[in-house]
Design a protein around this ligand. Structure first.
Ligand code: P1T
Length: 381
């Protein structure tokens, strides 16, 4: 089956449910009765361990990233924490892209580092920077591509090859592209991670996270901790994600069309200093992006001319765009990374990677694009 078909059918084949349901039921029971004290054969025992609605979701998630396995979590960060705690131990070292979602960097630097893990942040746009940071204790390379919020792109294949030579696990957070535009496992990554809160859910009404891998050992360890730690999504969350994912293909196409139009418009706007969008030829890694992604997504960042208070004034004036964190929903959102999504990144680090006070990030939704452009023009004016 092709992508758009899998996104609708995998996990919800009517034959799988007892009554022939076309839509998977929301299985609320937290526990499942058994005939004897022995482990139930093939059945369910307790919902944290496995639940039929979550099983349906995990089948679909695996199908979309073409992985052998997928595990669903209560949020993207829950997936990240569980994955790291499953694969690393005290004394291990991680090389991470220096431009990451602020919450990921906070999890690494302020929580997981308390458990004896070390993190080094590098500009992974150059694979050799990753190479240089690898030491004897390095066990994991953590990447986003394109990154949040600066949309930097790294060469997933080149970095994964270096990593596998050193027997280091490569994790790629594929949230911005969704499985529709990029499949990192095909490029050599060992694990793909998603904040399902974003494009997979698609409607800003459910938090979720997912990890996908075809590596049996990684899957077994993470699955153990999915249950042992217990940061699982509720059956209703799983239902919402299954429903949202059915329209992923059509949504991504429209997100991209709209984002491209908005990016081109802003690039020619006198009140805008620069626009960063992987679909623009002016993106410094346009060619690499074309090689490893089949599209350029719906998120763009841009710098507004003027002072911080001018930027704040602009953000107060938008009407169709909502001033809010998050991305990937059908509605357009806009935000100020330095004071919102990336406020927890130390100021020096923010400045070093290019998150200036003038930087604005937009998640372009699937509204009529002329309304979006009119809204931005009005506020910029
Ligand atoms: O919010 P949560 O579902 O826990 O996912 C965390 C996360 C992980 N990875 C990336 C690339 C992300 O963008 C996020 C969440 N990001 C936002 C909330 C944001 O506004 O950027």
């Amino acid at each position: 089956m092709k992508f758009a078909t899998k996104a609708i059918h995998v996990g919800e084949e009517p034959g799988l449910a007892s009554n022939g349901d076309v839509v998977v039921p929301i299985h609320l029971s937290t526990t499942f009765a058994r005939r004897g004290v022995e482990k139930p054969t093939g059945g369910y025992e307790y919902s944290r361990t496995a639940n039929p609605t979550r099983d349906a979701l995990e089948l679909r998630l695996a199908a979309l990233e073409e992985s052998k396995h997928a595990l669903a979590f209560a949020s993207g960060l829950a997936a990240e924490a569980t994955l790291v705690l499953s694969l690393l131990r005290k004394g291990d070292h991680v090389v991470a892209f220096d431009d990451l979602y602020g919450g990921t960097r906070r999890l690494f630097s302020q929580t997981l580092s308390n458990f004896g893990l070390d993190f080094t942040y590098v500009d992974a746009r150059e694979a050799r920077n990753v190479n240089r940071a690898i030491g004897k204790r390095t066990k994991m390379i953590w990447l986003e591509s394109p990154t949040n919020p600066l949309l930097k792109i790294c060469d997933i294949r080149a970095i994964s090859e270096v990593a596998s030579r050193h027997q280091i696990i490569t994790v790629l957070d594929n949230t911005f592209m969704s499985p529709y535009f990029q499949n990192p496992l095909r490029l050599g990554a060992d694990v793909v991670l998603h904040s399902a809160t974003k494009y997979l859910g698609g409607h800003s009404d459910v938090l979720g996270g997912a990890i996908m891998t075809s590596n049996e050992e990684i899957h077994t360890k993470a699955k153990f901790n999915q249950n042992a730690i217990g940061a699982v999504p509720s059956p209703f969350d799983c239902f919402l994600l299954l429903r949202g994912m059915k329209t992923l293909a059509v949504r991504m196409e429209r997100h991209q069309l709209n984002a491209m139009r908005v990016a081109e418009h802003l690039e020619a706007h006198p009140a805008v200093v620069r626009v960063i969008y992987p679909g623009l030829k002016s993106h410094p890694q346009y060619a690499l992006g074309k090689r490893q992604m089949s599209g350029s997504g719906g998120v763009l960042s841009f710098e507004v001319k003027g002072t911080l208070s001018d930027v704040k004034r602009f953000l107060r004036r938008v009407k169709v765009f909502s001033l809010a964190e998050s991305l990937g929903g059908v509605e357009s959102l806009i935000e100020h990374p330095a004071s919102m999504t990336h406020a927890s990144v130390p100021e020096k680090a923010r400045e070093g990677i290019g998150i200036t006070d003038r930087l604005v990030r937009a998640s372009v939704g699937i509204e009529d694009v002329s309304d979006l452009i009119e809204d931005l023009d009005g506020a910029l004016g």
